[in-house]
Structure formats: structure tokens, C-alpha cells
Design a protein around this ligand. Sequence first.
Ligand code: HEC
Length: 199
Amino acid sequence: MCTTIKPSSLINCCALTLSMFFAAEIQAEIQAENKLEKTYGFGKTASAADIAKIDIDVMPDGRGAPPGQGNYAEGKKIYTSKCAACHGIDMAKPTKGTGAPALRGGRGTLTSGNPKKTVESYWPYASTLFDYIKRAMPFNAPGSMSNNEIYAVMAYILTEGKIIDKKTVMNTKAIAKVKMPNRDGFIPDPRPEKFNNHK
Ligand code: HEC
């Protein structure tokens, strides 16, 4: 394959050989991933049911939110057993070393030199809470919570953040009615979508 010893050609030749090597490596990796379970004895291809558990899009007006409901008292129990270990009992002081952010507090700090971005102070829509918790929390068991549990924990977080009343039952319709403190804090970006290739 390498018939010349000119340094530049040698480099090109090596680069070609290397890229062929990597292409073969990637191919092999894909095949190995397909047979992950057999090859390494762990992992499995996600089934349609696995994907369905976390495949949701909940919009600010409640569209996409599955049926269900939950209240403050139920949410308090769930938060205490499934969330407080990382996010802290009062949601404002998360446990060091877990990487969990504060979910409460920080209101009025966004325009200061030390902005504290939390669900309470920063998030513009309550729908994101459902969407995010369903998909990603608890951190150690994402996708494990029922819809009713998520509505309940939302009711608890939003009440503790003094955004809704303790009596509010959280459900599909209630999501759209929540006015988050920073709802109007975001402005549309006026720059044209130069690199948006989506049709
Ligand atoms: C094992 C620790 C752990 C547990 C338990 C846990 N979380 Fe989290 N949580 C995290 C970490 C870490 C992040 C940050 C993830 C990231 O930024 O990628 C996070 C982020 C979040 C966020 C996004 C906050 C923001 O401002 O970005 C919400 C909301 C949340 N968690 C809610 C919950 C709820 C509700 C529960 C209980 C059902 C829960 N978490 C349980 C570790 C945890």
C-alpha cells in the first residue's frame, strides 16, 4: 500500500490506514452494542415499553400531560422518601456531593450579581416540572414514578415554593393555570434563525 518513502505521502498513507482502522472499529462497536447482552453479559436493547415510559412532551398549556392527579400531602411523603436525600429536606439546601440543585428559593436574585436559578425563581412554566421529573428523576431511578406520584410531588414543590395554594390538586388542567414567578422573565431572541435547517 505504501510505495513511496516521501514523508508527506507517508503521513497521508498512515492517515488513510488509520481512518480505515477507525471505521472498522466503529462498525465493530455498533455490532457489539447490538449484541450487548451476549457480549458483555449486561445491558439490553430498549423495548417499546421502556421507551414509552419516558417518551413524553408536556407543553406549557398542559398538552401532552398524561391523566392523573396528586396533592400536597401525598407529595410531601413522596418527596421525603424519594427526593430529600439529594435535594435536601427544605429543597433550598441540597446535599453536598450529590450534584442536586436547590429547587426552592432565589426569587428576586436573577437580576443581581449572584443569581440563584431554581424551579421557584427561574423556570417559566410548571409543565417542565412534570416533563423533567417523569423522564429524569429520581436521579437513581429515572422513569420509575407513576403519573399520580409526579403530580403529587409537583403540588408539594410548587406549594413549598409559595407558587400555588396547599389545597390545589395538581393535574393536567392545573398545570396550565400555574403562573410561575419568572413567567415573563424570558424574551424571544430576535436574531434570525440562520442555521435552522428544520423544514
Ligand atoms: C440521587 C440524587 C437525587 C435524587 C434522589 C433526586 N434528584 Fe433531582 N436532581 C439530582 C441531580 C444530580 C440533578 C441535576 C441533574 C442535571 O443537571 O443533569 C437533579 C435535578 C432535578 C431537577 C431540575 C432542577 C433544575 O433547576 O435544573 C428537578 C426538578 C428535580 N431534580 C426533582 C427531583 C424530584 C422531584 C425527586 C424525587 C422524586 C428527585 N429530584 C430526586 C439528584 C437527585
